[in-house]
Design a protein around this ligand. Structure first.
Ligand SMILES: NC(=O)c1ccc[n+]([C@@H]2O[C@H](COP(=O)([O-])OP(=O)(O)OC[C@H]3O[C@@H](n4cnc5c(N)ncnc54)[C@H](O)[C@@H]3O)[C@@H](O)[C@H]2O)c1
Length: 332
């Protein structure tokens, strides 16, 4: 039997953000219904090299998807002309354990992270959103805007802040060229957030950079960047004042935006409004006023990866293209 090799260019060719949002929302819902298996991700820390490697297994019986993602985060990789995040997914047949495919998980990671932010905005942000802020304008910012345009297409203006002005300018062009959005580069985080209905934070910061005074009443914040122990982007005072939704308590308290305030005992599980899966599955209403500040703390679930890997694999099955992809006889 053959194990198929699905390259990044193949994943990019077939995975649309519309489909990714749909698949990812299904995975969150099934998680909220308790119908999945997903041990928390485990980490190897490459402290000498300012990086880490995460191991992320998941099984979704309802759709038959199972497997494991291995993904690194090395924030200095740009200097080595490599992406910060690179991932490989092993898609496994749950019936036999046979490795169906080895596939690029980098694009899936970026897409499903964007999709989670878009889904969170759909359920947690105000109904009418016209302006969004982007703090950090790298890879994850691109997929955040892609998903936001699927779930909140009323957004017509974005304001961007990145410590690297060139990156901010490039992202502004991305927004204008792909979505015709009015995109401006702000001189500070405070200016970028002014008047924003949605604030997307996608930096690799290890200290709070968005302060309470920066956040307008009614804003929804996607806290995406903090996904490892010690990382944080938000002033804990914002977390105390907001309705905080997480993807998973074990992961979020270990490595999400809340990890440092939880460690410092500024925040406990009682301060968390809900898990996103439960918001979707149980139609839990988190926002009760246009003045509420809501936060989605995303650490990234293996379920998000596996549901999209399975979706991509099945596109190739359905189109008959699977047989044309490169194969490996691993056990040959
Ligand atoms: N939650 C998740 O599921 C998930 C998934 C993937 C990546 N991430 C995390 O998201 C973060 C960004 O990943 P990426 O792939 O976009 O990386 P990237 O390197 O492409 O982009 C990060 C951007 O943030 C900017 N930045 C860094 N510090 C800043 C600061 N203090 N103020 C303003 N801008 C700043 C950098 O200049 C860079 O442009 C990383 O921390 C990564 O670990 C989270």
């Amino acid at each position: 039997m053959d194990t198929h090799l699905i390259k990044r260019s193949d994943v990019e060719r077939v995975l649309t953000m519309e489909d990714c949002v749909k698949a990812t929302e299904d995975a969150f819902r099934l998680y909220g219904e308790g119908k999945t298996q997903m041990p928390p991700k485990s980490y190897l820390y490459f402290t000498d090299y300012f990086g880490d490697l995460r191991c992320m297994p998941a099984y979704i019986p309802d759709i038959g998807a199972a497997g494991i993602k291995a993904v690194n985060v090395h924030p200095d990789n740009r200097n080595a002309h490599l992406p910060t995040v690179m991932a490989t997914i092993l898609l496994t047949d749950p019936k036999t354990g046979f490795p169906l495919a080895i596939m690029d998980g980098t694009h899936i990671t970026n897409m499903r992270t964007g999709a989670a932010g878009g889904i969170a905005a759909k359920y947690l942000a105000k109904d009418k959103c016209s302006k969004a802020a982007f703090i950090g304008a790298g890879m994850q910012a691109e997929t955040q805007v892609m998903a936001m345009m699927v779930t909140k297409p009323s957004v017509k203006k974005v304001s961007i802040f990145d410590i690297n002005k060139e990156t901010a300018d490039k992202f502004a062009r991305f927004c204008k060229d792909n979505y015709g959005i009015e995109a401006t580069v702000a001189g500070s985080i405070h200016d970028a957030c002014a008047g924003a209905d949605i604030i997307n934070c996608t930096t690799s910061s290890r200290k709070p950079i968005v302060m309470k005074a920066d956040v307008p009443a009614g804003a929804h914040i996607n806290a995406i960047g903090a996904d490892a122990k010690g990382k944080q982007e938000l002033d804990p005072a914002i977390l105390k004042a907001a309705k905080v939704v997480i993807d998973d308590w074990v992961q979020a308290s270990h490595s999400g935006e809340i990890n440092v305030p939880v460690h410092d005992k500024q925040l406990t599980e009682k301060d968390i409004a809900a898990e996103l899966g439960k918001v979707i599955a149980e139609k839990k209403k988190v926002r009760t006023s246009d003045n509420d500040i809501t936060i989605f703390d995303s650490t990234g679930l293996a379920l998000q990866d596996l549901v999209n890997a399975w979706h991509v694999y099945n596109i190739f099955v359905k189109t008959g293209e699977l047989g044309k992809l490169q194969t490996l006889q691993i056990f040959g």
